[in-house]
Design a protein around this ligand. Structure first.
Ligand code: TGC
Ligand code: FAD
Length: 392
């Protein structure tokens, strides 16, 4: 049965949004409905990133949406969040692509780049003419990126990079990689570098066999004596704080995105439960146990909407702390994963079929729970914030 998404608003949440925010949300919703929903199950089955959507997404201003200048849309953080919500209602993998391009590639160039780097890269990344990736995680350093082994050595007017990065979204389709490395000549200080991916010694190999984010490209990167000009150093980057600042941007988008996945799951299960009849020709929605699951979902979605909207409003005033963003990422991804599981349950056997989006969302959200700081790492970030004690 074909179930069309109707939106989720239990307590008049939309009234908290401005006309501009609603316009951005509705434009993104229509784009996803017309362009992504019809192809996403095929992409998921085939493990294919829908590259044909890059240009139309760029044309709508989805890349670097909250940045100003360089052809970027200059959206507020709440507007950007609503784009992410709709993207991930479609698919977490496509939202991941947009997150990486925007928050993890364009943002560091915007925040830490030279004028020349900004002029060279930002318009091309905004228009989708060039794609980017962000290399922080390594095979032996995930939650603890400060231990990274990738090194940059200054030789004359060049840097020479050596190291491995692992689990890198868009790695093999990127034209430029933002690589975080320890600079040997600066007491192993972590700094960011722009590495064009066609440089000799740079290799990207896709990770196959993923049960999650199948519509997103994930790669391992290896750099063996990759020479880059000194002008490829992001001059204002310095210390682990710099990549963590990028993660704040991406985690914020994920908190909205996960909400979109949860809304997709809830609305699908709600519609199905009213149409599906079992026992005495009654809809399964008439059973208390099914209602309990639907109530849990709408309750948690509503709380998650309010949480992420408040964090967005704080971010628009430049007052959102990393701990606030951690709370929104941690809560909303956990909540979305629970919604995916409960809604899958409500659909019975149909819940495991890809005629419905539930199992795909569930599998995707397992990655979303792990990347950008695992659920437990965000627990510790919040714990550190309230106690003042580092428990990492
Ligand atoms: P620690 O000593 O606590 O901090 C080092 C410096 O950074 C500062 N800082 C932050 N600054 C900005 N934003 C944040 N969120 C920050 N958190 C910490 C801190 O104040 C300090 O500054 P300073 O001036 O004193 O030097 O560092 P630590 O080594 O103890 O680690 C802290 C920890 C565990 C929270 C951090 O390493 C962490 O967040 N780990 C998780 C790693 C992670 O999230 N990786 C994500 C990789 S990218 C990705 O997953 C992309 S998926 C994308 C997609 O497809 O959507
Ligand atoms: P580990 O750090 O080994 O953690 C394993 C388990 O141990 C987790 O449950 C964790 O919570 C727990 N743990 C670790 N330390 C502690 C502690 N101190 N206290 C309590 N528990 C702890 N990275 C990038 O740089 N760029 C990308 O584009 C990118 N894209 C990704 C795409 C996908 C599909 C996936 C799955 C990952 C991606 N990542 C990317 C990597 C991601 O950020 C890491 O997987 C994540 O940070 C966790 O690291 P890890 O997998 O090495 O797990």
């Amino acid at each position: 049965m074909s179930l069309k998404f109707r939106g989720v608003d239990f307590i008049g949440f939309d009234a908290l949004l401005t006309d501009d925010e609603l316009l951005v949300r509705d434009t993104s919703r229509k784009f996803i409905e017309d362009n992504l929903i019809p192809i996403i199950e095929e992409c998921n089955r085939a493990g294919r990133f829908p590259r044909e959507l890059v240009k139309p997404m760029a044309d709508l201003g989805f890349f670097g949406a909250s940045l100003k200048g360089y052809g970027c849309a200059g959206m507020s953080n709440v507007e950007y969040g609503l784009v992410m919500q709709e993207m991930e209602r479609g698919d977490s993998g496509v939202r991941s692509f947009v997150s990486v391009q925007s928050a993890l590639v364009m943002y560091p160039i915007y925040a830490f780049g030279s004028d020349e780097q900004k002029q060279t890269w930002l318009p091309a990344l905004q228009s989708g003419e060039k794609l980017g990736c962000f290399g922080l995680t390594e095979p032996d350093f995930g939650s603890n990126p400060g231990g990274m082994r990738t090194r940059a050595r200054k030789v004359g007017k060049e840097y020479v990079l050596n190291g491995e990065k692992m689990w890198i979204t868009s790695g093999s389709i990127a034209n430029v990689a933002v690589i975080w490395a320890k600079v040997e000549d600066e007491d192993n200080k972590i700094r960011g570098f722009l590495v064009e991916t066609d440089r000799p010694g740079f290799k990207a190999e896709d990770i196959h066999g993923k049960w999650s984010l199948r519509a997103s490209v994930t790669s391992g990167l290896s750099m063996q004596d990759v020479h880059i000009p000194e002008s490829n150093l992001l001059p204002k980057s310095g210390g682990l704080k710099s990549p963590l600042m990028c993660l704040n941007q991406a985690r914020y988008g994920i908190a909205w995105g996960a909400l979109g996945a949860a809304m997709s799951c809830y609305d699908c299960a709600l519609q199905y439960s009213i149409l599906r009849k079992q026992f005495h020709d009654k809809p399964i929605a008439s059973h208390q146990l099914v209602q309990e699951k639907l109530t849990w979902m709408i309750n948690e979605i509503t709380k998650a909407q309010l949480l992420v909207l408040q964090v967005g409003r704080l971010k628009d005033k430049d007052k959102a702390g990393a701990q606030h963003i951690s709370m929104a990422k941690r809560n909303n991804v956990w909540m979305a994963l629970e919604c995916a599981r409960k809604s899958r349950d409500i659909l019975g056997a149909n819940g495991v079929a890809d005629e419905y989006p539930l199992m795909r969302h569930m599998m995707n959200l397992e990655s979303v729970k792990t990347y950008e700081g695992t659920h437990d790492i965000h627990t510790l970030i919040i714990g550190q914030s309230v106690t003042g004690i580092d428990a990492f």
